[in-house]
Ligand binder design. Structure first.
Ligand code: ACM
Ligand code: ZN
Length: 760
């Protein structure tokens, strides 16, 4: 008997509470729909539901939606709507009609409300469904329980046909009941694609009847990493973890999603992220094993052997069953993060390269994906792959999911390939959403609600024709740090709702404060999930090198702060403009609304030295993603483990050479800088770091050299030196160059990450 960490299958028979049954109460008569419709025209009058209200739906398809809204209103308002025959007799009615002459977008709808009628017209069933979702958001319930809808005319259709959420269930899995609950909410916000990441190094989660070892071996890992993977040494929980979705579970989820107009796209990872599969079928790896499912998070060298025909036989066998289970047009075949280490020395892989006239291992990956694409297309389906499948040549019919940034998506669109934008910096929901110190562990990076909301999936680098290849946008939910549904919900909601508006509404129509107003109206729908309120938290950044700016994702809240180490309260100083920070010390701040504290307390340490706010000359500019201003290095704020908040200056494959000009000669006794060593993010310590001093800016004398950076994380270099007068301090850090073999990102450029030069 295997030990279960989670008694997963016990959940499967739970009665799933319908999302609709939990709707709460509305107070005001406003029309606050998310995602924002194309047009909302308010009209005079109100439609009042009563026991006499009839639902009119003529065709079988329309009737199905009538059943849906009837059961909703029965739960929500204790109202039993009558079914009309072919015509209405009641004074007021709800009329559902499919008519593609009135609205052409297959997901579009027109919702018209007058005192006597609510009419929803859709080009197709999806339009009716989305019209009903909008209707549900604007039905108001009085204290006595009466239901009404303000008169209006709404015309609505989406900008993007692909509006997705991805969910990784390999690292941690969630019950089908939980997934269904989330699907309810996703569909409520008109998200139409659920990308189900079913296989990875840490566990294979889909039942494949042809390969029983996937269930017996690949679905189970011996134990799991505790804490963040960047914390060394790694500690493990000693508990076996595993499980998988049976084919019955999968069919159930796919059908449930389809009823809610959500397409489920399965992802079967290849050729990398395959350790779990290899543990079950070791003959499919280049060295033959033994392998075991990974116990921690990362990128692993053992991948499917591309030289072995048995690999393709296995993948085809798996895909046969996958294609049978999932009716989606697209099958996601992964393709990301596949190290070429094993392939380089595997005789079978090398023979394949020779036989197929391939240039290198990148072309071998391309061969792999093309071969699988051919098979998938022979079954009438299309492939999606992560943007790495561009390397070595893109498969002819592939759709690219651009995750490392937008570059892959831009390149693919220019090649006339379809693209789904999922750049991690903007739409990864495993990133932090708050900078409060007590925040639970997340993967890394900082993506608050406003940042997701402001994302525009159509890059200016594309012309109008090329933009047509951007099918849409998706938020990705990697589950390494999501041990349970509570934590997952905290990370997903409400950021996925911002994504829903990014995906549906026109970029020019987006308005963040207006979105927040509408979001506040949604709390009655969101009560059933553990949604984050981090948008009330305060965060800050140094603006012009000397003034610190505080912000909250809630522009209308009042921020109060202290600089004396005490906790801010309703009497603390009100923040009204960026703060001058003359001395080292700690800032604490939080937000208030109507006198009540809303957010958590934000804390920022300042390290002020002779270098702070002085002029810095850089020999080479930093790379765009980690550039910000050149004052970053001397702004009094040290970079933290959140590597993308703008505090770290990053150089991809290049050295740092900075000269700080103190303005006049000073006696110097200490120098320092911060270096971020995150190999898991391709961020490497320099080969050599030197500090040199000069009086005239021409003749420099080296005062310190460092070759060792022992900390996996932030290395805060500080060195006392023999006192010496100088005006100029030159810091050189030599980039590691190419990432060594066996490391994450091997063969690519290393990032050199630096922040905060200290001179005392
Ligand atoms: C990915 O985030 N590795 C696609
Ligand atoms: Zn091989």
């Amino acid at each position: 008997m295997k030990l279960f960490k989670y008694r997963f299958f016990a959940f499967l028979n739970l009665v799933v509470l319908q999302f609709v049954s939990l709707y709460g109460f509305a107070q005001e008569q406003h029309i606050g729909i998310i995602p924002k419709p194309v047009s909302v025209e308010k009209r005079t009058g109100t439609f009042n539901f009563s026991s006499e209200t009839e639902v009119l739906a003529k065709t079988k398809q329309e009737m199905a939606f009538a059943v849906f809204i009837k059961s909703y209103l029965k739960e929500f308002g204790r109202i039993d709507l009558k079914s009309a025959g072919s015509s209405v007799s009641a004074k007021n009615n709800l009329y559902l009609e499919i008519d593609s002459t009135k609205i052409t977008n297959p997901e579009g709808y027109i919702l018209e409300v007058s005192a006597s009628q609510i009419k929803i017209t859709g080009a197709d069933g999806s339009g009716i469904f989305y019209g009903l979702q909008s209707l549900m958001q604007i039905i108001h319930k009085s204290e006595k329980g009466a239901l009404s809808v303000p008169a209006c005319k709404i015309i609505d259709y989406p900008v993007f046909s692909y509006r997705g959420m991805h969910l990784d269930v390999s690292r941690n899995m969630f019950s089908t009941g939980t997934i269904k609950k989330w699907l309810d909410i996703l569909s409520f916000y008109k998200i139409n694609t659920f990308h189900w990441h079913l296989t990875d190094d840490q566990g294979w989660r889909i039942e494949i009847k042809k390969y029983p070892q996937l269930q017996q071996t690949a679905a189970w890992r011996s134990e799991t990493l505790i804490g963040h993977k960047r914390t060394e040494p790694h500690l493990f929980d000693g508990l076996e973890y595993g499980g998988y979705y049976s084919q019955k579970d999968i069919r159930e989820v796919v059908a449930y999603a389809a009823e809610r107009k959500i397409t489920v796209i399965p992802e079967i990872e290849m050729p990398g992220h395959a350790l779990a599969a290899l543990s079950a079928y070791p003959g499919l790896g280049c060295v033959g094993g033994p392998y075991q499912p990974a116990r921690y998070w990362g990128v692993f060298d053992d991948v499917f052997c591309a030289g072995n025909d048995k690999t393709f036989e296995f993948i085809e066998g798996v895909l046969d069953e996958v294609i049978d289970l999932f009716p989606s047009k697209y099958i996601h075949i992964g393709g990301d993060e596949c190290p070429k280490t094993r392939w380089k020395v595997c005789p079978k892989c090398q023979k394949r390269i020779k036989d197929e006239n391939l240039k290198d291992e990148h072309e071998l990956q391309s061969y792999f994906i093309r071969r699988v694409e051919k098979y998938v297309e022979s079954k009438g389906r299309k492939i999606i792959g992560w943007d790495e499948i561009l390397e070595g040549g893109i498969s002819p019919g592939a759709t690219i999911m651009s995750w490392r940034g937008e570059e892959g998506g831009i390149a693919a669109a220019k090649l006339k390939h379809n693209v789904i934008m999922t750049p991690e910096k903007f739409v990864y929901l495993d990133y932090y959403q708050s900078r409060q110190k007590s925040e639970q562990i997340a993967a890394g990076g900082f993506t608050p609600l406003s940042k997701i909301y402001e994302y525009n999936p159509l890059p200016p680098a594309l012309n109008e024709d090329e933009k047509k290849y951007i099918l849409g946008v998706q938020a990705n939910v990697w589950s390494e740090y999501l041990p349970d549904a509570q934590k997952a919900e905290y990370m997903i909601f409400p950021r996925i709702i911002a994504l829903a508006e990014v995906a549906w509404s026109k970029n020019q129509q987006k308005d963040y404060p207006d979105f927040l107003n509408r979001l506040d109206g949604q709390s009655r729908f969101l009560k059933q999930v553990n949604y984050a309120k981090s948008d009330y938290d305060v965060y800050g950044s140094m603006r012009d090198g000397t003034r610190y700016e505080l912000k909250s994702d809630r522009p209308n809240t009042e921020i109060r702060y202290t600089l004396d180490g005490t906790y801010p309260n309703s009497k603390s100083a009100v923040y009204d403009k960026p703060l001058a920070i003359p001395n080292s010390g700690n800032l604490k701040a939080t937000s208030f609304f109507k006198g009540k504290q809303q957010g958590n307390v934000f804390e920022q340490h300042f390290e002020i030295s002779l270098a702070t706010g002085k002029t810095v000359l850089l020999k080479d500019l930093p790379s765009a993603n980690y550039g910000v201003g050149k004052q970053t290095l001397v702004n009094g704020v040290e970079g933290t483990y959140l590597y993308n908040t703008g505090e770290w200056m990053g150089f991809s494959g290049k050295d740092l050479e900075a000269v700080v000009d103190l303005g006049s000669s000073k006696l110097i006794t200490e120098v320092g800088i911060g270096i971020l060593k995150y190999h898991w993010q391709k961020m490497w310590e320099p080969e050599r770091l030197t500090f040199e001093l000069s009086v005239d800016g021409k003749n420099y004398q080296q005062v310190y050299q460092l070759l060792d950076f022992p900390v996996e994380g932030i290395n805060r270099v500080r060195q006392k030196i023999n006192p010496m007068a100088a005006r100029y301090i030159r810091i050189k850090a030599i980039n590691k160059g190419i990432i060594p073999k066996g490391e994450y990102g091997a063969g690519g450029n290393a990032w050199l990450m630096a922040d905060e030069i200290i001179v005392n």
